[in-house]
Design a protein around this ligand. Structure first.
Ligand SMILES: [Zn+2]
Length: 177
């Protein structure tokens, strides 16, 4: 657990949107909770997922309409991201084959998922407390000309978004080694 403790009242007084006590919610999640309504982030996500499933027809229709109205956006997105995305898929398949990425091991999966979730929440706390946007960064980039990092906890760190953007695509071998 890496999140910082802040009770609801303090958060409310300081105008911070989320608080965290470390006490599980009624569904057993240990997560950030909204200062305004007290709902935990994971319950909120679950509720949203349920709502999306229930309104699937409506959402699909909306998306189809949006795509039809903005064909250029989707065409250029495909052009920008297709090669990267194919490279990443190929690498993922290779890693699964040689056993680096244990995607079929449920314990490993759960462990990684929890760590990722908490890092994302910690980023949110940093952002609310400092006003600087943080994000989880891959220390060695996953998609790069020279190197190929892995998506696992040993390769994750929290850094300010602006630094992360500047870092993009400029790794050299001294950093990578
Ligand atoms: Zn919950």
């Amino acid at each position: 657990m890496q999140l910082h403790l802040i009770d609801r009242q303090t958060a409310s007084e300081r105008g911070i949107k989320h608080f965290f006590t470390g006490v599980p919610c009624k569904h057993g999640h240990i997560a950030l909770r909204y200062t305004r309504c007290g709902e935990c982030l994971e319950c909120h996500a679950a509720r949203l997922k349920k709502w999306r499933a229930k309104n699937k027809g409506h959402i699909d229709a909306y998306n189809a309409r949006y795509q039809a109205a903005n064909p250029d956006y989707f065409r250029s997105f495909h052009q920008r991201c297709h090669l990267k995305s194919m490279a990443s898929k190929r690498r993922r398949r290779r890693m699964i084959e040689n056993g680096t990425l244990k995607v079929s091991d449920p314990v490993w999966q759960a462990y990684e998922r929890e760590r990722w979730k908490h890092l994302r929440q910690l980023a949110r706390q940093y952002e609310e407390w400092t006003g600087i946007t943080f994000e989880v960064d891959h220390i060695v980039p996953v998609v790069d000309e020279n190197v190929c990092g892995l998506h696992w906890h040993g390769n994750w760190q929290l850094i300010p978004m602006r630094l992360n953007r500047r870092k993009r695509g400029v790794i050299n071998h001294e950093v990578a080694v």
